[in-house]
Design a protein around this ligand. Structure first.
Ligand SMILES: [Fe+2]
Ligand SMILES: [Fe+2]
Length: 314
């Protein structure tokens, strides 16, 4: 019976049909998606922190408005994704608890600090840029609610990427100090952005299963390669040097070769020892605690409305 169900399930996926919440699915598929979608949601939420840090210091009103809109979009992404994860049977309080107790992971990139205004540009260009590479194929993910959430998310991500690129483009046409600020920022963000695609294929044992289930469409290394190819050309427009002496066009492969990633740094940040891991978790917990009255008030209001409706019916 189980085997039969599993065959029907895989056949559906092979035909590019979506799996919906009430459809039968293997436990491992459900678990993989809960982990992936909730981690993705947490990343959107924690991702607001490094940029929120610069809203009050944005150099012009226009920049401030754009940055506020961008940070707000990330909050929305978190909410769509928590909703998508809930369709798989996990509830939101459990996910919040996993985040606030440090049990759940989120993208390590957000454990790096934003030290200059140029960092807001670099985040848009490189971090949202890498996110787009990862997320566009997720619009075709086999799980319907996740795929549909990603369609809107990706449209907004492309605005984020442009907003960052434009900040950097302006700096690249500015004073000597502005150009230095731009280069210094790209130097710090390049490698962490490269790590956003996760470990190399040889060290990513679950990738093959995710590809078979069509949760993933490309491997980590394939996505990373696309990212390098795109960024190298864009860096020329910005007049910045990517901090990798080994980047070189490879005629035979039709791609840019690039240098070795420092995986010790990656694992160290994943384990909680990055520059801002502790700070991010504290900020999230503080926001959660300080927002308790808002949640309580919203619940009380909902209850009042429900009571009023019931009275009318009676
Ligand atoms: Fe986002
Ligand atoms: Fe974004």
């Amino acid at each position: 019976m189980e085997r039969n169900l599993e065959e029907i399930f895989q056949a559906k996926i092979d035909k590019e049909e979506k799996i919906e919440p009430k459809d039968w699915m293997p436990d491992a598929y459900r678990k993989t998606l809960i982990r992936q979608i909730s981690q993705h949601a947490h990343s959107e939420i924690v991702g607001m922190l490094p940029e929120g840090n610069w809203i009050t210091r944005a150099p012009t009103l226009r920049r401030k408005v754009a940055l506020m809109a961008k940070v707000q979009d990330e909050a929305g992404h978190g909410l769509y994704l928590y909703s998508a994860a809930e369709t798989l049977g996990i509830d939101r309080d459990t996910m919040f608890d996993q985040l606030h107790t440090g049990k759940a992971k989120y993208s390590s990139i957000f454990n790096y600090p934003t030290l200059s205004w140029a960092d807001i540009g670099s985040i848009g260009w490189l971090v949202d840029g890498a996110a787009i590479m990862n997320q566009v194929p997720l619009c075709r993910c086999s799980y319907g609610p996740y795929a549909r959430a990603m369609v809107r998310v990706c449209k907004e991500e492309s605005f984020h990427q442009r907003q960052g690129f434009e900040i950097l483009l302006n700096l690249s046409k500015g004073s000597k100090e502005q150009k230095e600020m731009l280069q210094e920022s790209v130097n710090r963000w390049w490698w962490p952005a490269m790590m956003m695609f996760g470990p190399g294929d040889a060290d990513s044992p679950n990738s093959q299963q995710s590809m078979k289930w069509k949760i993933k469409r490309f491997t980590n290394d394939e996505l990373r390669q696309k990212f390098v190819d795109v960024c190298y050309e864009q860096a020329k427009v910005l007049n910045v040097t990517l901090p990798d002496p080994d980047i070189k066009w490879n005629e035979e492969r039709g791609h840019y070769d690039f240098g070795e990633i420092n995986w010790d740094e990656f694992w160290n940040v994943v384990k909680g020892n990055g520059p801002c891991n502790k700070e991010r978790l504290e900020a999230r917990n503080k926001a959660w605690d300080e927002g308790a009255w808002v949640r309580d008030a919203a619940m009380a209001h909902a209850e009042k409305r429900a009571n009023r409706k019931n009275k009318k019916v009676a």
